[in-house]
Design a protein around this ligand. Structure first.
Ligand code: CA
Length: 420
């Protein structure tokens, strides 16, 4: 699909993340109350203001955009989602006769504060990149036992904490936790010395379910996608993870990018899942392509460095189980899904060393430290480092960008700040 030209010049640049083809949804404030907005070029369209002024006719539902989340809009369902998107596209299209009415509701993105774009109901994080699972398994259990025996049959996940999900830009405090060095007899309680990122995509559930759903139905329930960084304390994880999986290692924070890229915007970028080594059970069969071609990068910028160093480049296509498969599997035992549920794809790693989506893999557990452009080396995150994820689907003469998911790591609490 080629670029849809807009009367907003910056939306027509081949470099912008937010051409008219994208129209991602966020929550913003410029001094006053936070409300719903849509990114277009280097501007934000205040859809709450448009609705109050009666310009959106018919609006989806009075007041739905004045809330500081898109949950109310999600509730209205896919027919309303696509009608609203089509209407916005006409308002912003080159030659629109109503330009003068819409223009007062545009704000420079650079002057806006971006907030969490939706209220998170619950959060589940999968483990669906084969290369990531193989790499981590090799480091934790050896190459013979790298991939768990269930991995080629089930999309594996753990239930995370919705309360720990934060918007891009939020500072991340290094956690304390219980760790045990392999050569020591007893564990210690200390700040994590192996604090890490995980490069992921997040999917947002926009429609509820009350029983098992098919892969096709699950695809229809998904509203959109964000970048997701699942901050992970590897030393805490290595000690606590057997037999019930990650717990405090993943409870510090999960950052998400502020713009929800809709499923509609990504339709032209659908691609099939990789070849299956083992046949999947019928309930996991996909009726069509359900992954997306999304290029992803990770960069790290030490506190005093002038520029970031890109440390990984990979693609969402490295994922083995698509979000509709993950969501369908998640409903098999009866748990209802709710509007605002967030699914993490799992760390996305490709086969090449430069395609690994965590420092654990990039630096091979500290054995092969990364060299940064500044000359410094890194095995894990140091205090003051800023980690940035970015993602882009490349169209013809335009790109569907996710923007960035940024987090700076700040020092752990001092011992005298702890309650024990
Ligand atoms: Ca993860």
């Amino acid at each position: 699909m080629s670029l849809i030209a807009s009367w907003i010049d910056t939306a027509n640049s081949s470099e912008t993340a937010f051409p008219l083809n994208n129209l991602p949804y966020g929550v913003f404030s410029v001094g006053g109350a936070a409300r719903c907005g849509v990114a277009i070029g280097d501007l934000i369209l205040d859809v709450s203001g448009l609705e109050e002024a009666g310009i959106l006719q018919p609006g989806p539902r009075p007041g739905v955009f004045s809330a500081p989340s898109w949950n109310g809009f999600m509730r209205l369902g896919p027919t309303v989602w696509s009608g609203f998107r089509a209407g916005l596209t006409e308002f912003l299209r080159e030659g629109c006769a109503r330009r003068a009415e819409v223009e007062p509701y545009l704000f420079p993105m650079a002057e806006a504060r971006l907030h969490m774009p939706f209220r998170i109901a619950e959060y589940t994080d999968f483990y669906a990149s084969r290369q990531h699972a193989t790499n981590v398994g090799t480091m934790f259990r050896g190459p013979e036992n790298a991939l768990p025996p269930n991995w080629l049959h089930i999309p594996i996940a753990y239930n995370g904490r919705a309360s720990s999900v934060v918007v891009s830009g939020t500072e991340i405090r290094r956690p304390w936790g219980q760790v045990k060095a392999p050569d020591k007899p007893l564990p210690r309680f200390r700040p994590s010395g192996r604090f890490d990122i995980e490069l992921e995509i997040g999917a947002i559930v926009g429609q509820p379910s009350t029983g098992p759903v098919s892969v096709t139905r699950a695809d229809g329930m998904i509203f959109g996608y964000v970048l997701l960084n699942d901050w992970s304390a590897r030393d805490i994880q290595a000690w606590e993870y057997q037999p019930l999986g990650p717990f405090q290692a993943k409870a510090t924070a999960t950052s998400i990018s502020p713009w929800i890229v809709t499923k509609a915007a990504l339709e032209p970028f659908r691609i099939p899942s990789p070849e299956r080594e083992r046949d999947l059970l019928p309930y996991l069969h996909e009726p069509g392509p359900m992954l997306y071609d999304i290029s992803l990068t990770v960069s790290i910028q030490p506190e005093l460095a002038a520029l970031p160093t890109v440390i990984a480049r990979t693609n969402y296509r490295e994922i083995y189980y698509s979000f509709p498969q993950q969501l369908a599997h998640h409903t098999t035992a009866g748990a209802p899904m709710n509007i605002g549920d967030l699914l993490g794809s799992g760390t996305i790693s490709g086969p090449a060393k430069s395609e690994r989506g965590s420092l654990l893999e990039l630096g091979w557990g500290g054995k092969e430290p990364l060299r940064l452009d500044t000359g410094e080396s890194r095995s894990f995150i140091e205090d003051g480092d800023t980690l940035t994820l970015s993602g882009t689907a490349e169209g013809v003469g335009h790109r569907i960008g996710f923007g960035e998911c940024v987090g700076k790591v700040i020092p752990a609490l001092e011992p005298d700040q702890l309650p024990y």
